[in-house]
Design a protein around this ligand. Structure first.
Ligand code: COA
Length: 168
């Protein structure tokens, strides 16, 4: 059993290469269980980690939460990715803390850029994103430069994702 005690000690920290296996497993498990996130590969995660844009929540030495971000430098966008908290640890503010740390980092490194997050119907992150300042944005309002650089917006729209954006 994970925990009943809401005061359980969870540490939020920058992910390192030693965390890669557990992060990939956490994300793949959630992708399979709910489809709220998509599976990612090691190369993609390595990029977020080397940019200092991947945070983990650790309990008892285990990764129990993650959130990362991808950078789209030509259009000056950062994209929130793979926000997952282990099911047994949800509803205790861990997701909100991970998001808070990541948003602070984005603000300090990419202040003035846009942040974007794609949220499908299985995802549970809407409240967290709105509290952080994100608002739902029609795909047609995205700048052409970003649509071109990302290359995936047609897919996002076809699959009914809500697009959240804000300025960091
Ligand atoms: C989104 C997610 C990371 C949030 O993590 P968390 O640690 O549960 O976050 P918080 O504790 O800050 O609470 C988030 C919400 O869950 C609600 N909640 C409360 N108890 C809960 C429980 N036992 N289980 C799940 N959610 C619960 C909270 O009330 C809060 O709702 P609100 O944001 O609508 O106000 C987590 O729910 C998750 O991994 N979901 C599946 C993956 C996912 O949806 N990722 C987002 C992709 S865009």
């Amino acid at each position: 059993m994970a925990m009943q005690d809401s005061s359980v000690k969870v540490t939020i920290k920058l992910a390192g290469t030693a965390n890669v296996g557990q992060i990939l497993k956490l994300i793949a498990g959630e992708a399979k269980a709910s489809g709220a996130v998509t599976r990612i590969g090691k190369a993609e995660l390595d990029k977020w980690i080397s940019n200092g844009l991947s945070y983990v929540a650790i309990h008892d030495g285990q990764v129990i939460g993650h959130e990362g971000a991808n950078v789209w430098p030509q259009s000056r966008f950062v994209e929130l990715r793979s926000a997952v908290v282990n099911k047994e640890y949800r509803g205790r503010g861990i997701g909100e803390k991970l998001n808070g740390r990541l948003m602070l980092k984005l603000h300090s490194k990419y202040g003035g850029w846009h942040a974007i997050a794609f949220v499908n119907s299985a995802a549970r992150s809407r409240g967290m994103l709105e509290r952080a300042g994100f608002a739902a944005t029609p795909a047609g309002a995205l700048p052409e430069s970003y649509v071109r650089e990302n290359g995936n917006i047609d897919y996002i729209v076809r699959h009914g994702y809500t697009i959240f954006t804000m300025i960091v």
